[in-house]
Design a protein around this ligand. Sequence first.
Ligand code: FMN
Ligand code: MN
Length: 468
Amino acid sequence: MKDMRDFIAQAEKEGELKRIKAQVDWNLELSHIAKLNEEKSGPALLFENVKGYKTPVITSVCTTTRRLALIMGEPRGSSLVDLMRAWVEKGKKSIPPKWVKSAPCKENVMKGNKIDLFKFPVPKFYPKDGGRFFGTAHFVISKDPETGWVNLGTYRAQLLDKNHLGVQFIKGKHADIMLKKYAAMKKPMPVAAVIGCDPLLFLTGAARISAFTSEYDFAGAVRGEPIEVVKGETVDLPIPAHAEIVVEGEVDASKFMPEGPFGEYTGYYSGVGTDDRNFIKVNCVTYRNNPVFWGTTVGRAVTDTHMTMALTYGATLWQQLTEMKIPGIKAVYCPPEGSGRFLAIISMKQMYPGHADQVGTAAISTEMGAYGLKTVIVVDEDIDPWDIPRVLYALSFRFQPNRCQIIKRGRSTPLDPSLPIDARDITGRIIIDATIPYEWKEKPIPIELDPEMVKKVQARWKELGFKG
Ligand SMILES: Cc1cc2nc3c(=O)[nH]c(=O)nc-3n(C[C@H](O)[C@H](O)[C@H](O)COP(=O)(O)O)c2cc1C
Ligand SMILES: [Mn+2]
């Protein structure tokens, strides 16, 4: 799969895409149709008739495990955890992108006073949003001015006027780290925002791939072949050759404009009463003939963005734990209900005293975990972390409050609605050890039925008056 058009063709073939031919308004109507459809785990939607526009809008691309499997090229019956496992396995390799000279994303070029971002059918998602959001299922490309490391990161982008997009690089995110370096050099940071492309690239933009690693190399590894890139028109950055819409520009760290609020994946608005944000001053827009505009509804769980994050954040946590080479980790699950980021459940085979504590503290020390992860539940290997009834069993019969650990201070996210709006820099964390302690000489004796008696009883089942 090279681009959004390949996804559309394949999804349509597999009954995973619906074309909406009736006219819909970009102003709330489109997003509300998409959200209600996603709440029913419906198909990807291609809105072909957006009022006032010729350009179609696609939504709900990542809403179901089946479509995430389609994007990753995995068997369609895969579970979320199967996909996370494949992500970790394939991501052990690194395949850098391949440069090409000419590319479809350059079919049309807008520069200077010809630039008008209102030419695209940008949706307004929620009633209290600060405006229309150009970048949701998108990513921003930037380059480290010292090392040349190329980063892809999904940071929401609000349409401020015909050539400005507000951006929210949360502190410590890779684009923020890079922007601070440009600021020290008193230079603006060149960026490119990509709207519509191979959906895998968006997944990697949303994933918390470790610092100094390019998401392009990772996406290439998952695809098993290099991602084709072409040089930007006005920025020295690699751009996906088959992108639908590319917005090139620069971010000046010292300049701000009002941005937000935005209905976030926590189910609450963020950017309410907080500072102004940096913005992209747009210098060039390139797009394919008949481009497809891509958006995701974000908002309350569980829909498109939550499935995206459950896969990408969860897989990143698993990947980073794997890189720490801790033995015994069986599976990691970050439920979509927590957007794949606030709560993690890890199953493990204990091999020595303190092993479960090591796994819990390691999880909150990974780059992924050291951000907004608040609760880690560690369970024994006989419990699948996605099997929530079994996790509740462990929390009831193996967990002991005296063995849980509370960490008082750690990096937080300004999006966490459990903290006061003006005090979201620092969060607490809890590690819940729901395992049976390894060092116990005497362990609780599990009840097993007597196998001989089971056989005997089963042989008499009908005689006893049971049907099935
Ligand atoms: C739809 C969507 C919107 C997001 N919006 C933002 C945002 O506005 N700011 C931000 O810092 N992270 C946002 N994220 C999370 C980042 O994409 C994620 O943390 C990613 O790791 C950032 O890339 P980086 O690790 O290269 O910095 C969003 C994720 C998704 C899926
Ligand atoms: Mn990154």
